[in-house]
Design a protein around this ligand. Structure first.
Ligand code: CIR
Length: 254
């Protein structure tokens, strides 16, 4: 059984952090409706959705992925790079207590879960504005006893590593090579995003299906051409908050 931890959209979402996007009005009700549809997709794919209570004063709290990195043996509670986001980890840690022992990223380390792409026993971690070398060092130290290797990947032009690359099948990654050097993924098959859709590399693989935003039709056609099952969701409202489909859940075996 897969657990998917999610959280209700904050009514303060319009005050979210923004790094690479211009601020546009965000309709919290529309964002919430799209988010509920996303949760229904997770359920359809066999996840038990555990929705955390709304955090009315934490604008970005729907993006639960950034608050933890969960592997079979441990839940690493992060220290998000954006100061406004640090209180989000308290309730995520509380929810994860039922499933895993905890490790913690501590000051001066910073790490956002959106920077962590796990491929088997290797975790690729973006070195970004949000995740610093000390955060990566601490993550590596916490996971080394369980046989995981952590590899830092410098990222300059997008928010998180998973803005630039995600896994879409057992042996395939969806990637925007303008934002990440693909040579670190030697041995993996790569599907490039359509050049007109730079934000299209964030897909959420659940089993043999990929939850994928409707906003990127040209890249979606490429996924389908590769015979990948795509479950489309309209994630456009949270997209204005610089969030993608991986950001809104923490998925792990119970
Ligand atoms: C932020 O800047 O932190 C939020 N507005 C967006 C976070 C998206 N999270 C993710 O990609 N994992």
């Amino acid at each position: 059984m897969l657990i998917a931890i999610t959280r209700e959209v904050s009514p303060a979402i319009a005050d979210c952090e923004l790094t690479h996007l211009e601020r546009e009005p965000i309709d919290p009700a529309r964002a919430a409706a799209q988010h509920h549809e996303y949760e229904r997709c997770l359920e359809q794919l066999g996840c038990r959705v555990q929705r955390l209570p709304v955090e009315p004063t934490l604008p970005d709290s729907v993006f639960v992925e950034d608050a933890a990195v969960v592997v079979e043996e441990l839940a690493v509670i992060t220290r998000p790079g954006a100061v406004s986001r640090r209180p989000e980890v308290v309730s995520v840690a509380q929810a994860l207590k039922a499933y895993r022992p905890h490790g913690f990223i501590e000051s001066p380390g910073t790490l956002d879960g959106g920077d962590v792409l796990r491929l088997g026993k290797t975790l690729f971690v973006g070195l970004t504005q949000r995740t610093n070398p000390e955060g990566i060092r601490q993550l590596a130290a916490l996971l080394a006893p369980f046989g995981y290797e952590v590899r830092a990947v410098p990222i300059a032009d997008c928010l998180h590593l998973k803005t630039a690359v995600t896994q879409v099948t057992a042996d395939t990654l969806l990637i925007n090579q303008a934002w990440i050097d693909a040579s670190v993924f030697a041995g993996w098959k790569l599907i490039d995003v359509d050049a007109a859709e730079p934000f299209a590399a964030n897909a959420l693989q659940v089993g043999d299906t990929v939850i994928y935003p409707t906003s990127f039709p040209a890249t979606r056609a490429k996924l389908e051409h590769h015979k990948i099952n795509v479950l489309p969701v309209d994630a456009s409202e949270l997209g204005k908050a610089e969030g993608g489909v991986t950001c809104c859940s923490l998925i792990f075996p119970a």
